[in-house]
Design a protein. Structure first.
Length: 256
């Protein structure tokens, strides 16, 4: 190892345009209340900035407490096993997409809280919650800023008919665009999942519990499917997958 950074770092690891990374850190357990947004230098592991979810955002105002479904005076101490929030993603808004989101600024953070079905945009500079929505997704994962001005969300839809989907929402008008409404693509992931919008409008879906990676059109036609075959009866778990453009590697990797 070049360096080691000890602590409970979990779920998401996203590169900012300055080369630093954002992730979540927790006290003692990834499923406790005390969560921190951490920005660190990948060359040294040094923390550049760190923000407390409770102190810097939730307790900033009564309105913020209500957004996070908490009443005034909530006794955080001693409640660490309840997993109130379950943060599972953080993504900074890049300068190149900022014009598509005039209500936000470059560097604002798109975050996801699975257990309260909350997707929000936070300003790390002053702790403001600039935008938020509880649903229409359930137990969601991997919200992304799209280059069309819409936020793309992997909707696990846990416990509702065993069918997941993808939802794009315009943060200004809150209009929805639901993927795979009538197409052949069917998938369900109760606990995890990743999604990536591809050039041309298709999406790449990771369905961990089914052991599948599916490239599909927005209307629901399958373009490509990978099954992580484990046996004749089942696929093995798939955590993540990513589509890479043809010029992603400046030099072709080799074993020479």
């Amino acid at each position: 190892p070049v360096w080691v950074k000890r602590g409970v770092y979990h779920h998401s690891l996203e590169r900012a345009e300055d080369g630093s990374f954002w992730t979540w850190r927790a006290d003692h357990s990834a499923y406790g209340h005390y969560q921190y947004l951490v920005n660190f230098d990948p060359e040294t592991g040094d923390t550049i900035r760190e923000y407390s979810l409770i102190e810097d955002f939730i307790e900033r105002s009564p309105e913020h407490r209500q957004i996070f479904a908490l009443s005034a005076g909530y006794p955080y101490v001693g409640q660490g096993g309840d997993d109130l929030f379950h943060p599972n993603d953080v993504e900074p808004l890049p300068t190149g997409l900022a014009a598509k989101y005039p209500q936000f600024n470059p560097g604002d953070l798109l975050v996801s809280f699975r257990n309260i079905h909350l997707v929000a945009v936070l300003d790390p500079a002053d702790g403001a919650v600039k935008w938020w929505s509880h649903g229409p997704w359930r137990f969601q994962h991997d919200p992304d800023f799209g280059d069309d001005g819409k936020i793309l969300v992997y909707n696990n839809n846990s416990g509702r008919g065993r069918r997941s989907n993808a939802i794009a929402i315009d943060p200004a008008s809150r209009r929805l665009d639901v993927a795979f409404a009538d197409g052949e693509v069917r998938f369900y992931s109760e606990w995890a999942g990743k999604i990536q919008r591809l050039p041309g409008g298709a999406v790449l879906l990771v369905v961990p519990e089914e052991g599948r990676v599916v490239e599909a059109s927005w209307s629901g036609e399958t373009i490509f499917e990978f099954n992580n075959v484990w046996s004749d009866q089942a696929n093995g778990y798939v955590v993540n997958a990513a589509w890479l453009p043809a010029n992603f590697f400046p030099d072709e990797p080799s074993c020479g």
